[in-house]
Design a protein around this ligand. Structure first.
Ligand code: AMP
Length: 471
């Protein structure tokens, strides 16, 4: 996870970056940072917490002068939850200052890190991103661009990067395009951001998606695009559409909102049940529940109300707090639920903690029947490419059949959308098993990018969960 943002040639670079990060807050709520450049030197501010808390103070923005800035929202998937992992990372290189913000997860960073440490390189953080800095530092190529390409050809994994050097802002999306990245424009300024919602907030126009494998150099003379990596089939993480991206974003040419409505429609088609109302688990389940209701011709009711003054419960790092979080976040409305046969829609079940609590609440509010519908297939594998999913032992669907999960969460019926149904909702004929259109490893265990840190890449489906706990 994580959100990244960068702006080049703008008088309010840091303020606009703070706003962009605010729009991308859903991508990471643990920490945030901005590095700016004023033509002479770099300035940085990073802290733990939400963007509004960190950058709400004018003084802090004023201390980030310059016409260029990059920013980052962190949700740790690799490395500890500590301040020194907060990005953008910054280093003094032989060519000048270098700042980098990363969304995604490298799958060979441990392996590379071990080699680099053995060579005598000293790491400041436990973040996988720092490996990229060390690789650029040690590259013998002559130009910055060639050093960056050399470094990126050594790393394997999912990444979107935005970087800042003395006279350029650089954006790169990994060859598979696992994470989204788009390009925008505000007057003379170019902007890159994880999602297009970051352009809306500052009145910038969406120009286009940055392509998988594309490297963009942005300077005073405009854009220079290149594709330095071997071409592979694009595999955007389908979970960006299911859950992660904001519904008002356009990701790789598709509206996330429309995608979710269509997924909900397909889910209704596949899992019909006689019911009185459709209720979503807000906010993640809202669009798919609306799609479900439209297809099933049932009323959509706000039977669960969300308290907006608490972040995503899942993001809390310990099980104890997460447990509490569900109650802090949701409340069921008796008015909508009493005596009703309820179709309850959520985007995913991970550990099952949220669902169990929500179901208890909906029953306590008087629902007569609860039919749980999930707008993604069962999550049975961990994600190694940047979305936090726990070890297999904690994934309820990895350890129980659908019937068992149905009992465990206490519902009258439970249905997930099928994998092919999901692809059809995305406008495809189904999953093309020879060349899958999306990255969907959490549902299939099909990991397109080698998991080098997992037993040197010699992983089997059996040892995946084991390794994840130790890295
Ligand atoms: P759980 O209680 O572990 O089953 O969590 C399920 C809830 O977490 C669902 O309501 C999802 O919307 C949400 N969710 C799914 N994946 C993630 C994620 N990677 N980060 C944060 N929340 C998530």
């Amino acid at each position: 996870m994580c959100g990244i943002f960068g702006i080049y040639r703008n008088v309010d670079a840091a303020a606009n970056t703070a706003l962009g990060l605010h729009a991308l807050q859903h991508r990471g709520q643990e920490a945030a940072g901005i590095v700016s450049f004023n033509g002479e030197r770099f300035f940085a501010h990073r802290d733990m917490g939400l963007v509004g808390e960190i950058f709400g103070d004018e003084e802090i923005i004023r201390a980030l002068p310059g016409y260029a800035a990059i920013g980052h929202n962190r949700y740790s998937t690799s490395g500890e939850t500590v301040a020194r992992n907060t990005q953008p990372l910054f280093a003094h290189m032989d060519f000048g200052g270098f700042a980098v913000a990363h969304n995604g997860n490298l799958t060979n960073s441990m392996t590379l890190r071990k080699e680099l440490v053995r060579e005598g390189r000293i790491f400041q953080s436990t973040s996988d991103t720092e490996v990229i800095i060390h690789l650029i530092a040690k590259s013998r190529e002559s130009t910055f661009k060639d050093r960056l390409i050399w470094a990126l050809k050594k790393v394997i994994g999912a990444y979107c990067l935005v970087m800042l050097i003395d006279d350029k802002m650089i954006a790169v999306r990994d060859p598979y395009g696992v994470r989204p990245l788009s390009l925008g424009k505000l007057g003379e300024a170019y902007i890159v951001a994880s999602e297009s919602v970051a352009f809306d907030i500052i009145g910038a126009e969406f120009v286009r998606d940055i392509e998988p494998g594309e490297m963009l150099f942005i300077g005073n003379d405009g854009l220079e695009s290149s594709f330095p990596f071997e071409k592979v089939n694009k595999r955007l993480d389908i979970f960006e559409y299911i859950y992660f991206s904001r519904p008002d974003s356009i990701v790789d040419g598709r509206s996330v909102y429309e995608a979710r409505i269509n997924i909900g429609r397909k889910l209704a088609e596949e899992s019909h049940v006689d019911a009185d109302v459709v209720v979503s688990v807000p906010d993640s389940g809202n669009p798919s529940a609306m799609g479900y209701a439209r297809e099933a011709n049932l009323p959509f009711e706000m039977g669960i109300i969300r308290n907006h003054y608490i972040g995503r419960t899942f993001i809390e790092p310990t099980d104890k707090i997460r447990h509490l979080g569900v109650k802090l976040k949701h409340n069921a409305s008796r008015k909508c639920l009493e005596g009703k046969r309820v179709v309850l829609v959520d985007d995913s079940i991970v550990r099952g903690t949220t669902s169990r609590k929500i179901v208890e609440m909906v029953r306590a509010a008087g629902a007569k029947e609860i039919h749980f519908r999930v707008s993604s297939p069962p999550k049975t594998w961990p994600c190694f490419y940047g979305i936090d999913t726990p070890d297999r032992s904690k994934l309820i669907a990895a350890n129980h059949t659908v019937e068992e999960v149905e009992k465990l969460i206490g519902v009258d019926s439970l249905k997930y959308i099928s994998l092919d149904g999901l692809y059809q909702a995305m406008g495809e004929k189904g999953r093309n098993n020879d060349a899958p259109q999306f990255e969907d490893s959490v549902f299939t265990g099909d990991y397109p990018i080698p998991l080098v840190d997992v037993n040197g890449g010699n992983h089997s489906r059996d040892n995946i969960s084991l390794i994840r706990e130790t890295t």
